[in-house]
Design a protein around this ligand. Structure first.
Ligand code: 2RA
Length: 329
């Protein structure tokens, strides 16, 4: 098994290596790949130094699996070249997610749809992944009619420079302005670019990807995605209306046994999910479970996950593990 990590020097790339290590993902050879300006850099994995190589060399090495986190343009240009060389690409960018010929995979929900001829597999957007993981068994039991979600997204979702802008503002030093405004002591209702319909691209990702992952275009979704000055994870206030009514205790029981979910919900002890406690964890944490008393068949949830983990690196490594375990590579 020859594994490539493309974008190895970025926040998600570094997290992918951490997850590979923690999960003891087995491979014979590891290729760490980045842009030309990073070629030659040394990265240590399990105590062993690796030299970063460029994309052209990586393709020629014909890895079995390449996990990409290098942006959409790099993925559009290079994923097909890796695929043509026989590599299975698992891509974290949005480049392939809505392509009707590509699978958009959250292993707990639809990894079973993967086939031997899937050469480019799309990893969904982090804010989508944690929401659909949380709703998976509830959808199976009560059929989702409509989702209203507001997100509270960590600056780590933007990248290293955004974290640095936040810290620089906090420490009173100069730094590159990644956002249009100060982010510390502020919130920005603006993630990615605005669309003609007034939604941002991040909000449209949540809307469109949710339908594709559940395979149900009838699910109505509306989203407001917000950037907040924190690290550790994305948080989401999810209001979900079902076609069927539900029993709240059964909902809690279903959440407790939902694959990938940890239920953290006990108001009496101030127990609820937070980025502070989700940081560096692979699970999706759910709490504040309560009936929406303003309308029938509707539930409120609070969902938190480390966006660099289950929102990106962990989900991608879980897809890679599924491919190996099911002899699809
Ligand atoms: C963000 N979900 O949080 C987007 C991309 N990582 O910025």
């Amino acid at each position: 098994m020859k594994l490539a990590v493309v974008g190895a020097t970025g926040l998600v790339g570094s997290e992918i290596l951490e997850v590979l290590d923690e999960h003891n993902f087995a491979f014979d050879e590891l290729l760490l790949v980045a842009s030309e300006r990073s070629v030659g850099k040394e990265i240590t994995y399990k105590g062993k130094p690796y030299q970063v190589i460029g994309l052209k060399q990586a393709v020629s090495e014909k890895p079995d699996i390449a996990i990409f986190s290098a942006g959409g343009s790099t993925s559009l240009e290079w994923a097909p070249q890796f695929a043509a060389a026989g590599t299975i690409v698992i891509d974290n960018s949005s480049a392939w997610r809505m392509d009707p010929t590509k699978k958009l995979v959250v292993p707990e929900i639809n990894a079973k749809d993967l086939r031997i001829d899937d050469r480019i597999i799309a990893n969904p957007n982090c804010s989508t992944i944690q929401m659909v993981v949380a709703l998976n068994l509830l959808h199976a039991h009560y059929r989702i009619k409509r989702i209203v979600v507001a997100t509270y997204q960590s600056v780590t979702g933007t990248g290293k420079d955004a974290v640095d802008q936040m810290m620089a503002e906090r420490e009173g030093r100069e730094a590159q302005m990644v956002y249009p405004y100060k982010i510390d002591l502020n919130v920005l209702p603006h993630i990615d670019v605005f669309q003609a319909n007034g939604y941002t691209k991040e909000e449209m990702k949540m809307i469109l990807e949710t339908k594709k992952i559940f395979g149900d275009e009838s699910i109505a979704v509306t989203a407001t995605t917000v950037r907040i000055p924190t690290i550790g994870g994305h948080s989401e206030a999810v209001n979900v209306e079902f076609h069927e009514d539900f029993d709240l205790e059964e909902v809690r029981s279903l959440l407790a046994k939902t694959p990938g979910v940890i239920l953290q919900d006990d108001p009496a002890t101030n127990t609820y999910p937070m980025p502070l406690t989700a940081h560096k964890k692979d699970a999706v944490f759910v709490g504040r479970v309560r009936r929406d008393e303003s309308q029938p068949n509707t539930l409120n949830l609070w969902v938190v996950a480390d966006n660099l983990r289950k929102g990106a690196a962990t989900n991608a490594v879980q897809i890679a593990s599924y491919l190996v375990e099911h002899s699809l590579v």
